[in-house]
Design a protein around this ligand. Sequence first.
Ligand SMILES: [Zn+2]
Length: 543
Amino acid sequence: MNRSLTGALAFIVLAACGYRDRDADLVVHNAIIHSLDESESVFQAMAIKDGRIIELGAEQQIRNRYAAKETFDAAGQHVYPGFIDGHCHFFGHGLNKQKIDLQGTRSWEGAVERTLAYAHTHPGDGWILGRGWDQNQWSSKEYPDNERLNELFPDRPVLLQRIDGHAAVVNQRAMEAVGFDPSLAIEGGLMLKRDGRYTGVLIDNAVGVFQSIIDQADESTKRKALLEAQRDCFSVGLTMVCDAGLDPGTIHLIDRMQQEGVLKMRVYAMVTDSAPYLDEFAKSGALHTDRLHVNSVKVYADGALGSRGALLKAPYSDLPGHHGLQLGSRSHFLKVAEWCKQHSFQMNTHCIGDSANKLLLDVYAEVLGGTNDRRWRIEHAQVVSPADRSRFAEYSIIPSVQPTHATSDGHWAEERLGAERIDHAYAYEELRRTMGLLALGTDFPVEGIDPLQTFRSAVLREGPDGWPDGGYHVENALSRHDALRGMTIWNAIAAMLEGELGSLEADKRGDFTVVNLDLEKASPEALRKAKVTATFVNGERVH
Ligand SMILES: [Zn+2]
């Protein structure tokens, strides 16, 4: 046998075995890959090329078949489809990092102190913006009063938002700066008074008067905000964020930064409900690129429970006669719904109180007419009367919920709602049973960004502080498997992206998150220490 024939034979033998005769950009191996595909397959290895998974299989099968530019040895760790936050404020989180952080303050005085310290390091006469105070965390539990801010900053406008963004305190100079007169009524807004005097505390639409100030940032600040938010999110294993309300300018900036290759985060951007914004998207239509998806509108029906802006059928248990705030008219909601139907956009409406949920479920029902595949969503679905619940299934409406809200608000929610209504608040398992799926998110920066805390709050019903012992209304805990699906494939479905994302299958994107333990089998103690050790988007390691 001559040498060239030997060579040819060797080639034929190797090709028959398929020995590394295929190219891949990345081979992940020595892993426990929870694919979350329909048959719940588990694999040891997978190959990725051009950002997409090309094959999953057993260790040797994949290693022998692919010559990869890079390999990732998972060292026996667990690989999950990339975690998706179904409702958050990605850009807002980044922007907040450029403002005074008032989270964790124990009193109003503490918040004022931080504001003063910030002013010293940022001199001048420009706006002082802060965010994150929460009077429920203060010993007084009382809303602030701007008297001290007026004394300290007579010539400099100050605006400090509450943790949920649904309330803010402004000083006198801030009101003058925008020509705001607190004695003029604002629909869907409140200006609080103490002893007949306005305290500078604004609720819901009254905060909206200052929205352009809150969002103001030049392009370099915005870029910095997006990159800082991205770094935080990748470090906790997020591969896609659903940003619940952006203006077209920010959406286009995200698109540019993704095209430039600096922003690698996948973003599902909900367009903030505003006539000029909708006009713009009516002309351009839905926007889909490799990493950006714009095919939904974010609408607000009511405020938040913490600031008593959530719209309730019966009055607040801790404020007689007060029902909360409706942030738009029924006819407005109908008009937006018709727009969404006509332009094939999803309608994603913030509904916290039982009355807001009923109102929007009614509006959706009227426009949708029956079961459908439009995947309109109710964001938060926090207090839903049992009588209204079946509408989710009847009109194919997806509840998009935040398990950490249950374990954060649980400290005071019953005071607001009373013993009866609390049974149907944060009732995620009830909603899951009704609709068959849930989108899970955090609403960060209202809550922390960590999806593993979402998981713990969903399944153990306990907050990062371990509260409460034994879990909060554990009858509404999700099973571990459902919680995982809620963070991955159900979130992909709720974003209409399940063909691309949400499970690890051939032809889908190579987005995955590596965790140091088995989320479905770990003990509660171990779960509290679970860690994301690596994050990949389109097969590229980003953390
Ligand atoms: Zn939100």
